[in-house]
Design a protein around this ligand. Structure first.
Ligand code: SAH
Ligand code: SF4
Length: 360
């Protein structure tokens, strides 16, 4: 069986070309886009102002398989987690983070959605639930953008900020990611401004450079978690391929091309990366880049033995950075009680259904 392309993975140009092949008038392109991204139908048959013949042709050539929401879990701290079932029975999740939980506690109407980019992850960071069960597959562009559409549908709220920090390594799926960025940012699509999107990566150097050359002013966050090769090699296998120096070269390249400041994400793990010396090296590196640092106390993952440092210790680490003149935030945890860290809920669901073996 040949796989029909997804209608809602097409860019405006591709859709226009496909409709032109069927001798359709030019206005049909915007009509179809309106059904897909503004009215947000889930089937071609619902596009009632298209001629029946055209609907039939579209049904023959394309498919529509948006992610189906399985449930929305509310956390006591006001984050909400949505679990989605995909066309092949796999699961991914998104986390909705309201403004009251914003990083600096400022008042704003910001509503952030954290989306997944892959089912599982091949990068195997030693502290991460998504890495535990290995990699299953890339998400298609419509599955990435569809998380926004379906969360908005389920909650009745409008997302205006996005972070690619859910399951998966977005830069390992860069082809589909770039296409999803178009669906998300263009006015004919979801229409969230590029400056409101943050891609997070564990440090894939060639793809960071590629994204740096991308014309949109998207933001980048690096999951650094160690400022030296010694520390990063212990917890992030990706560092053996691209070490800290190479990574920072790519980040300087990024800075030359983009206006927004980089963010360095740094999980604090007791006895691994949380010493005074670690803080000083991190401060120096962050300063060199003009980057801000988000500190995240390690969130316990079942089956892993890492320990989260005390709150006092985390604050002391932060103060070393601040005293060195680096902007640093200590992220209070969001959604801890609903397993909001990377991939944990999906692992539970697939384990229950016997789709994957229990990782622990
Ligand atoms: N693969 C990308 C994006 C997804 S991970 C990346 O690594 O950047 C999203 C964030 O969750 C990363 O910063 C990751 O390091 C963090 N994370 C993973 N496991 C965690 C844990 N146990 N506690 C706290 N943060 C975790
Ligand atoms: Fe993959 Fe990111 Fe988790 Fe590492 S931290 S295993 S790159 S999802």
């Amino acid at each position: 069986m040949t796989k029909r392309p997804n209608l809602n993975s097409l860019t405006r140009t591709e859709l226009a070309d496909a409709l032109a092949e069927h001798k359709q008038p030019a206005f049909r392109t915007d009509q179809v886009l309106d059904w897909l991204w503004k009215k947000r139908v889930r089937t071609i048959d619902e596009m009632t102002n298209l001629p029946a013949k055209l609907r039939q042709v579209l049904n023959e050539e394309f498919s529509m398989t948006p992610p189906s929401p399985v449930g929305v879990l509310k956390s006591s701290d006001t984050t909400q987690k949505a679990l989605f079932k995909l066309k092949d029975g796999r699961y991914v999740e998104s986390v909705l983070i309201p403004a009251s939980q914003a990083l600096y506690g400022e008042k704003s109407d910001r509503l952030t959605l954290c989306v997944s980019s892959q089912v599982g992850c091949a990068y195997g960071c030693k502290f991460c639930a998504s890495g535990l069960a290995g990699f299953t597959r890339n998400l298609d562009p419509d599955e990435i953008a569809g998380q926004v559409v379906e969360v908005e549908r389920a909650t009745g709220q409008r997302v205006n900020n996005m972070v690619f920090m859910g399951m998966g390594e977005p830069l390992a799926n860069i082809k589909n990611l770039l296409r999803a960025l178009e669906l998300i940012t263009q006015p004919w699509g979801i229409g969230i401004g590029a400056r409101h999107l943050t891609i997070s990566t564990s440090g894939l150097v060639p793809q960071i450079k590629k994204l740096a050359d991308h014309p949109q002013q998207i933001r980048l966050a690096i999951s650094l978690h160690g400022a030296t090769d010694e520390v990063r090699n212990k917890i992030m296998p990706v560092n053996k391929k691209w070490g800290v120096d190479e990574l920072f070269d790519a980040l300087h390249y990024w800075n030359e091309r983009k206006k927004q400041r980089l963010t360095l994400e740094y999980i604090l793990i007791q006895g691994i990366n949380d010493s005074e010396k670690d803080a000083k090296i991190l401060a120096q590196k962050a300063k060199g880049l003009g980057a801000k640092v988000n500190l995240i106390p390690y969130n316990t993952v079942e089956g892993l033995e890492w320990i989260r440092p005390s709150d006092d210790h985390c604050r002391r680490f932060k103060n070393i950075l601040m005293n060195a003149g680096v902007t640093a935030t200590l992220r209070t945890e969001k959604g801890h009680d609903i397993d909001a860290a990377c991939g944990q809920l999906r692992l539970k669901k697939e384990t229950e259904e016997g789709i994957i073996e229990s990782p622990v």
